[in-house]
Design a protein around this ligand. Structure first.
Ligand code: IPM
Ligand code: MN
Length: 346
């Protein structure tokens, strides 16, 4: 029987319950479609940091490299470990080391879910650059704590990095409705963002079948609220994509529905699948977090592994459950109830 080796990193807070729930759904789906999922669980988290002084062991990245994919819950427990430590010790190094440069985040309303907008029919695929830009980590602080303190943080945009994410987005647009929105702020940031616009224009010649429009991030934020149905694929830099995808989560009914995939398109290292939401310390012990975002991320993992039928089966199960009214309103149904409904729907 075909078998996939998956690295499970539940992480912190609700990440633990969400990966457990998603894993039970994925296991059942795999079995029904004649293949196996073999999980190796890693306890890397803020609790692990408290014990060992590191978010993952020094050879953590090398350990993960041999897996077919990574499923991650959430990283962060700011009451005990500063976010700047936990995220730069686990999540962000995985994205960068495995060159998962395409962060894909779908935003649409699932059957039965009411978003906050009047618009009910929209289907946006956000593609976020995931390895450089504003998250490059180039910078420093000098004269710390004094009146002369200086903080510098440089965004880095390389032709290689910008070109590959834009190409990826053009390809996605080509396989969907043929529309691409490229998001920058080139009226204010005249080097990096003007560069991004230039590369967008240059590549557009290679994709005459894709209708590409450049937007400024502020206008795009308004458009996602006022006219989300006009958007198909949206591509943006690391930070802009981060912000727009929380907005995307909001218009699709909340973070409980927002899935994401960190993809290495060249497939020379594993890709990672994780919900957009974090560890949610405020509700972490209540058993009311919605596992749908993680399960949907799992469906994206199936799709990436080439198990399209199984991915579709999981998406159908999700929408069967939401159409029946379960898991559609934040906090109404318990994690266990939603998970049981997903398993039954499969
Ligand atoms: C996300 C998260 C992360 C990010 C944080 C936790 C570093 O907000 O995946 O959107 O900014 O990438
Ligand atoms: Mn975010």
């Amino acid at each position: 029987m075909k078998s996939y080796r998956i690295a499970l990193i539940p992480g912190d807070g609700i990440g633990r319950d969400m990966t457990a729930a998603a894993w039970s759904v994925l296991q059942k789906a795999a079995k029904a479609h004649g293949f196996a999922f073999e999980a190796t669980e890693f306890p890397w988290s803020c609790a692990f940091y408290k014990e060992t002084g590191a978010m993952m062991p020094a050879d953590g990245i090398e350990t993960l490299r041999s897996f077919d994919a990574i499923l991650l819950g959430a990283v962060g427990w700011p009451a005990e470990v500063p976010d700047s430590v936990s995220l730069h010790g686990l999540l962000l190094p995985i994205r960068k080391s495995f060159v998962q440069y395409a962060n894909i985040r779908p935003h649409r309303l699932l059957a039965g879910v009411e978003g906050p907008l009047k618009a009910t029919a929209f289907d946006i695929l956000c593609i976020r650059e995931n390895t450089e830009g504003e998250y490059s980590g180039a910078g420093g602080r000098i004269h710390q704590g004094t009146a002369d303190e200086v903080a510098v943080e440089t965004s880095i945009f390389t032709r290689k990095g910008v070109e590959r994410i834009l190409r990826f987005a053009f390809e996605q647009a080509r396989s969907r409705r043929g529309k691409l929105a490229s998001v920058t702020k080139s009226n204010a940031q005249k080097y990096s963002m003007a560069f991004w616009d230039d590369v967008t224009r240059q590549l557009s010649a290679e994709y005459p079948d894709v209708e590409v429009t450049s937007y400024h991030i502020d206008a795009m934020a308004a458009r996602m609220v006022m006219a989300p149905e006009t958007l198909d694929v949206v591509v943006a830099s690391n930070l802009f994509g981060d912000i727009l995808t929380d907005l995307g989560a909001a218009i699709q009914g909340g973070l409980g529905f927002a899935a994401s995939a960190n993809i290495n398109p060249e497939r020379n290292a594993p890709s990672m699948f994780e919900p957009v939401h974090g560890s949610a310390p405020d509700i972490a012990h209540l058993g009311i977090a919605n596992p749908i975002a993680t399960v949907w991320s799992g469906a994206m993992m199936l799709d990436h592994l080439g198990e399209k039928d199984t991915a579709n089966a999981v998406m159908t199960a999700i929408e069967t459950v939401t159409a029946s009214g379960i898991g559609t309103v934040p906090g109404k149904d318990r994690t266990d109830t939603i998970t049981a409904a997903l398993l039954a729907a499969l």
